[in-house]
Design a protein around this ligand. Sequence first.
Ligand SMILES: Cc1cc2nc3c(=O)[nH]c(=O)nc-3n(C[C@H](O)[C@H](O)[C@H](O)COP(=O)(O)OP(=O)(O)OC[C@H]3O[C@@H](n4cnc5c(N)ncnc54)[C@H](O)[C@@H]3O)c2cc1C
Length: 371
Amino acid sequence: MAQDSEPASRVVLIGGGHTHSLVLHAMRQRPLINAAVTVINPGRTAPYSGMLPGFVAGHYSRAALDIDIAQLCNDVGARFIDGRATAMDPDSRMVLLEDGAALPYDLASFDVGITSAMPRIPGFADHGVPAKPLGIFAERWDAYRKEAGAKSVAVIGGGIAGAELAMAMAYALRHRQNTTIRLIDRSGILADNSDTARKNVRAELDRNGVEVIERAPVREVIPGGVMIEGGTTIEANFVVGAAGATPHPWIARTGLDLHHGYIKVDKALRASLAGVSATGVYAVGDCAHLVDNPRPKAGVYAVREAPVLFENLHRALAGSPPQDYVPQSDYLKLVSLGGKRAFGEKFGIGFSGGLVWRLKDHIDRKFMNQF
Ligand SMILES: Cc1cc2nc3c(=O)[nH]c(=O)nc-3n(C[C@H](O)[C@H](O)[C@H](O)COP(=O)(O)OP(=O)(O)OC[C@H]3O[C@@H](n4cnc5c(N)ncnc54)[C@H](O)[C@@H]3O)c2cc1C
């Protein structure tokens, strides 16, 4: 909260991702001292990824997976801007917005996630739907699910997210006539996962009636289908892009040091400029690259970074040295399997069934209930 005696420091939080949501939540108990906080996010709410497949399957309402960023801002006296950042000028310390506005900052933090748009696949931008940003995907899926007519879905990208979405869609459409769900991968599906996860999830794809098409690089997305290298066309009237993570292209216009398009951060989550980390800028979640300890893109890291970012904003405002973030080496992976069943894995041990789904449901609801 700003005090009258000295000018408030301007803290700009760019993106309402998981970390920033938790930072705002923490500010309800412990406000940032003498700070004027502004949050920029496209839309008043941000969806929680853990419950997206459950929403797609029909287990949760749309409202159940939305974190109300604007409300959090209201609760802590922060200004909320419904908009998008498009660049940053670190010399003049300005965040630039899509509508042309320039927002000055003393401290800034990026938590803008990634995109699954596939710019290198011709036709995807016109005829495909990226799985991320999750909010746009959720809206497109909801509209598609409600439309009458035959359903043919092609999910491009056979990683965990693609498999989870394919099973959720198959479950949601299980009573519809003329439904085909296909999971397409350029090599083999679930290549980055353990043998246990691969075996279990493959069996569940089969159980849900998802057709798996492997060694099939997509050449182009066309109206009504996807074309595979070699010329085969696979029919689809809903094409989902779930192949890997792509950093937002506009991140390149922040002037910050990047690693393949992701914002490089040190152990204290500080971004750097020409190798110098005292920029007053932080990056967290999927858009950040942890230079000392790179981790996969997963919500669990975004969540665990929140207390460290929160503490470091406090410390930066007080002029004290920052705390380090030490990422965990492994975490409990929970994959929903269409119906109310899930697969879980930790330290190479896998387990699946209805109880695992209830555990996942409990963890996800507990996370959402804090807001
Ligand atoms: C289908 C699916 C299921 C998943 N399930 C899991 C799971 O079970 N467990 C797990 O750990 N991970 C899961 N993940 C991964 C998880 O989604 C991400 O790791 C997590 O969402 C990252 O959080 P974040 O804080 O980086 O940002 P996000 O949650 O991606 O949020 C970014 C926010 O920034 C906003 N934003 C974007 N561009 C701008 C801009 N220009 N200006 C301002 N704001 C902007 C977005 O609108 C959004 O609100 C899943 C991913 C997918 C696709």
